[in-house]
Design a protein around this ligand. Sequence first.
Ligand code: GLC
Length: 654
Amino acid sequence: MNQHDWRLAAAQKALTQILPGFEQSLQKKIVDTPLQWDRFKTRINQEWERLFIYLHELYGWQFDFYHTLEKTMEILIRYWFDRPPVLHRLDEKREADPLWYTSEKMIGIVLYVDLFSDNLAGLHDHIPYFEKLGVTYLHLMPLFSTPHGENDGGYAVSDYRSVNPDLGTMEELFRLAQALREHGISLVLDFVFNHTSDEHEWASKAKAGDPEYKEYFFTFTDRALVDRFQEHLRDIFPTIRKGSFTWNDQMQCWVWTTFNNYQWDLNYSNPSVFLAMAEEMLFLANEGVEVLRLDAVAFIWKRIGTSCENQSEAHTIIRAFNAMAGIVAPSLLFVSEAIVHPDEVIQYIHRDECQLSYNPLQMALIWEALATREVKLLAFSMKHRERLPDECTWVNYLRCHDDIGWTFDDEDARQMGIDPKGHRQFLNDFYTGQYPGSFARGVPFQYHPETGDLRISGTLSSLAGLEQALEKQDHILIELAVKRINMLRSILVSIGGIPLLYAGDEYGHLNDYTFLTDPAKVTDSRWVHRSKKRWHAADDLTRKDTLEWRFFHEMVKLCQLRKKLPCLKNGGMEVFDTGNPHIFGYSRANKGQKLLIINNFSEHDQVMSAVRLKDMGMRSDGYDVCTQKELPAGENVILRGYEYIWINIADSRI
Ligand code: GLC
């Protein structure tokens, strides 16, 4: 927008027309808390213009736009006054340190409450476990009311304001958020805003024939129209069903269901949906959630004749949410979950949109390099795709509750002399263990017979060879797998962004095949890496020779090291050419510190030449900050199989 944009004047005019009415009706509250009202007005003045512009883009053409603006203001004021004082104080703290999340001190973990600690009360007791790992960001997988039986791991939400009774209550969640905050841990939850479950009150009302709520969803009586949309859509869960629409007998119409048939897509072209979901977002913020993972962002706007993914309005909706959060709960952050082409992933990342984003490209290419033992595609892609605006950061991960999809750019692959289609086929063969000599024990996920697409399920340890090695009881293979896993985790904590552990990765948990006997899970192989098996660091401290202990101990060491190194703060990450096709190298620099981090993706010894190290700035002796081993200048560095070295090349020791 530029300053001559007519919408700026219109925004101001709307503000002066709308706000005084509320001021009048809130007289008593304002008189009682004048400071609070002043602060609200400051925030409104900061954010209103852009909020107005976003809303105008989305709904300005509708006859009741002015009503949408009034309703927006009413919501902002209501949630502002509802926000607990402790969270207002948090907002002020964050405003004084706005880039807190880019710190090297950040370490994340994500888990299912029921699988990890049975319920929220149990989770409370695990705070010391998180502290051991240095966790500052705790993502709890969806924990709200959800249909019994199939519910997509909680991603079919029936009520955003009630916790699944098996897990606890809203009060417990609030208290947990508070307790975590006191221990320096931010609570992260999903904002599942593309769809609700078909048992959500809105869906029930729609099914009962309420026309107002029918408009909350996409319903069609005309199959021809459905077909026109369908023509350009991809199947997300092709082994479960074909197409993105589900016939509903009760309503006698088709309902848009991008994911499972019980997940009904919300219709954001209806401003009531936007406002209702904005309320749910602010409600969660006021419960003490500090970061919201915006689930399935790519799908929230539909346009006939397109893939209905990554439409520009999807960005506008998120920005409008961002502006509303900026007024009521400025400490709230968004992390985008866009598992789409890398060019699209990047579009969601902006101070005004999602400050954080999952990094699916890096994740997939790390696995790609592990299979091929060659780092060219990883290094090439990271070099030109990794950089983000300074106020934003990646959430890096090796595994999560979802599958691995090979989302690299085809042209990047071709430039590296790789045939993208054949390569994806190879990676799928490799990770499902079919490729001769593969160490991996992955499970196929969602094979699409028409396109040949396939994704991979499995835990970090099973994919990296531990399961197979243990089965063979082969010591050499076990040690290789341990080294592979540790190298990947070292990359996770040292490459630019917030490292996000998937609970279990810290102690090396393996695939769990019991889902095959559960009818609600058997069709979804992602359950192979969503396991109830737990290992308790505290219990095992006496048995320091177990694999679990070794993994855990190494993880703690890496996390502690990260926290001591300001050069690992966001930014200042450069991938460099190591001159060796098997070594992935990047430098991290900040505050007078500089590390050259090199990782050997093969099981054989590899040489990193002294000349290259010198080119990268190693002009005098350095040393490995992980092992304290000295590395004299002018000498080649030999990396053993899967070894990683963090070379300190700054003058001072760390
Ligand atoms: C996201 C979640 C995934 C879920 C889907 C539908 O991609 O990560 O687990 O199936 O959204 O909500």
